[in-house]
Design a protein around this ligand. Sequence first.
Ligand code: ADP
Length: 267
Amino acid sequence: AGPDPDVEQVRQRMSTIKHKILVLSGKGGVGKSTVTAQLAFGLARNEATQVGVLDIDICGPSIPKVMGLEGEQVHQSASGWSPVFVADNLGVMSASFLLPNPDEAIIWRGPKKNTLIKQFLKDVDWGELDYLVVDTPPGTSDEHLSISQYLATTHVDGVVIVTTPQEVALSDVRKEINFCRKVKLPVIGVIENMSGFVCPSCKNESQIFPPTTGGAAKMAADMAVPFLGRIPLDPRIGRACDEGKSYLDEIADSPAVVAYNSIIGQI
Ligand code: ADP
């Protein structure tokens, strides 16, 4: 067989993107989409930095909601699918933009998801991007296999893994790291989200999840991957997500914003 024409098209489309980062988590609900969105908002604070977000969580896309783009539709141009823009330098593509109604469920089997991911990679007209941040479904599923297979022909900077401090979540992270090693995706590092809670009135820090905050740092050290930082639980993060806004602009020196800024500096 000759070269796969799809692979060549993906390679060409991706050639105008400097850095590609995948965001993974072992479990749902650990804050993966929140982290993806806030990292993208954070990178795009510099107006000269062009940022794209690709949401390949086809059966549970939440990026449009947390980035304030619910109900938007994809537009087709001569050069492909146009992303939906949050700002001039921040564009988003998600499966939910293809649906007539945002509450519609997508129930697809592997091959169909694979086709859509391939289409996202070869047909979205991102233009020149400094960063493409890809939100993936929880776990290691068909979507991860397809994206790593198609991106294997282009340069991928690596994977950011989001977890909570809970032991069950951490054991899934070990699986994620092993998956990355198997498919040869470099691990940029691990983020511990929902890591402790600082009471706004008494300022004491409580651990919400047993065993203790800091488990992810230890696990990262054991697995020889970088630890990028801890983001505490902060109800204002949940609120910003519900409103589809950047949390980072609002409360400049909260511990969570300090953590995000430090993480953005490392990717
Ligand atoms: P996932 O993508 O892993 O399924 P989400 O990003 O949808 O998870 O986050 C799950 C919920 O937790 C959302 O309601 C989100 O607003 C909230 N959340 C995420 N991170 C934090 C945090 N650090 N503090 C408070 N709420 C958070």
